[in-house]
Design a protein around this ligand. Sequence first.
Ligand code: DX5
Ligand code: ZN
Length: 219
Amino acid sequence: MKNFVSASVLSADMLNFSSEIRKLEENGIDMLHFDVMDGVFVNNITFGIPVLEQVRKVTGMTLDVHLMITDPLRYIERFAACGADIISFHLESCSDTAETLKAIRSCGVKAALAIKPSTPAEAVFEYLNDLDMVLVMTVEPGFGGQSFIPSTVDKIRSIREKITSLGLDVDVEVDGGINGETAAVVREAGANVLVSGSYLFGAQDMRKAALSLKEDMPC
Ligand code: DX5
Ligand code: ZN
C-alpha cells in the first residue's frame, strides 16, 4: 500500500502562503490538508472557501479538505466547486452521513468520513462500501500542536482489518500529533495517509521529515 503525507496548513505562515505551498511541493509532500473550522463544531475558527479558491489557482497538489463544521451537507457543492479533491466530514456532525457521502461523490470528489477519538471504529463500518477514505482523529479536533492519543491505535487497526476483510480499496488517514515516532506506530496499525502540521513545518529539513512519515528510517 502506498503511503501519503498530507501537510496541515494550519501550521503554515499564512501571510506567505504561496511560498509555503512551493516549499511543500519541492519537499515531496503529496497533499495539502485544510482544516476548516466553524467555531461551532469545534472551539476554533479558521479559513474556508475564499482561501481554497485562491490556493487552487496556484497549485496542482491534491487538496484534502477536512470539514470540522456543523451540517456539512449544506457546503459540499461549494467546497467541491472551489477545487477540493477529497472532502472529509465528521460522523458526529449533524448531517445525514449516507446522504453527505453521496453528495461528495456526485460532485466527482473523493468522500471521507472522519471520527473523533471517542467514536468507536464500528461506527464507520456500515459506510465502508460508499467512501474512499476514513479519517481517524488522533487528537481532539480543533487545534494543531497537540499530543497523539495512543488509544486511537487499536481503532486504526480495527478499521484497516475490516477494510481488508471486505476486500475494499479504502485509505485510512490519521490526523493529530503525527511525527517521526507516532507515524511508525500508525503505519504499522494500517494508516496510509498521514496528516502532519507542527512536525513538518517545525522541521529543520522538511524533506527528511516527510520521508520519516512515509517509511521506516534506518537508525
Ligand atoms: C486538528 C486538525 C489537524 C491538526 C494537525 O483539528 O485536524 O489537522 O492541525 O496538526 P499537528 O500535526 O500539529 O497535530
Ligand atoms: Zn485535520
